[in-house]
Design a binder for this molecule. Structure first.
Ligand code: APR
Length: 228
């Protein structure tokens, strides 16, 4: 039976594709205060601003390309069962060829009903406009989990982590719960590796620490796993 590699990724894996991380920019996200654009209250207060913010981010995602780290993880599937659990709302893992990707915080290329979050739709192009409605007649919003909202995929993600033989943690500050708690579901005897230029400041135990950028370190680890 193939070994199961579980990879938990965060914004850092897409940094070298040109998509900015949140906490590397002083708590501002592309110049916006996150609570002004990524909370249910922000949506109530100023839906136009929220749409505009996500439209800009969606445009950036569509223009970005996967980098060497995304491609290397897709290559791992030649020898292992691989599940990617990502906090990212970009679709760069899928575009690099990974076949099992769980998006904990949603995906920006989809919209969802503001009445029933289970109703989701693909967005054509980069723009979601005010006035665009779901089949129930309510405004469509970005299919992303905002601060203060439940994370519906967390239980499935925890179950996946509990079956890991090898666990890779790439490019996440582990600041945001419940995602940050997923590492605690990984079995004690799994091999665990963390890749992050700031890895030494992360609160992780029993992990091999690689304090390098994902675009360099992830292909090297993948090569090591494929040839061992
Ligand atoms: N390679 C690997 N890691 C990198 C790189 C790189 N080239 N560049 C930066 N990093 C690391 C940073 O050192 C940091 O630890 O990526 C991490 C990014 O952390 P955050 O910006 O906090 O991103 P993330 O952990 O994904 O945030 C979690 O918070 O912003 C919300 O909902 C959003 O999903 C997101 C969640």
């Amino acid at each position: 039976m193939k070994q199961h590699v579980v990879v938990l990724t965060g914004a850092g894996i897409s940094a070298e594709s040109g998509l900015k991380t949140f906490r590397d920019s002083d708590g501002l996200w592309e110049g916006y205060d996150v609570y002004e654009v990524a909370t249910p209250e922000a949506w109530q207060r100023n839906p136009n601003l929220v749409q505009e913010f996500y439209n800009m981010r969606r445009k950036a995602v569509l223009e970005a390309q996967p980098n060497a780290a995304h491609y290397a993880l897709a290559k791992l599937e030649s020898k292992f069962d691989v599940t990617i659990v990502t906090q990212n709302v970009d679709n760069l893992h899928e575009r690099a060829g990974s076949s099992a990707v769980l998006h904990l915080h949603g995906v920006i290329t989809k919209s969802q009903s503001s009445k029933d979050p289970s109703l989701t739709y693909d967005i054509e192009g980069w723009e979601l406009k005010m006035g665009e409605q779901c089949e129930l007649g309510s405004q469509l919003r970005p299919h992303v989990v905002w601060f203060g909202e439940p994370v519906p995929m967390i239980e499935k993600a925890a179950q996946i982590c509990s079956t890991a033989d090898i666990f890779l943690l790439v490019g996440t500050s582990l600041n945001v719960y419940p995602a940050a708690g997923l590492k605690d579901f990984v079995p004690n005897n799994a091999r665990k590796i963390v890749v992050d230029p700031q890895a030494s400041s992360l609160s992780v135990r029993d992990m091999r620490i690689i304090s390098e950028k994902a675009g360099v370190a992830v292909p090297a680890i993948v090569e090591e796993l494929l040839t061992s």
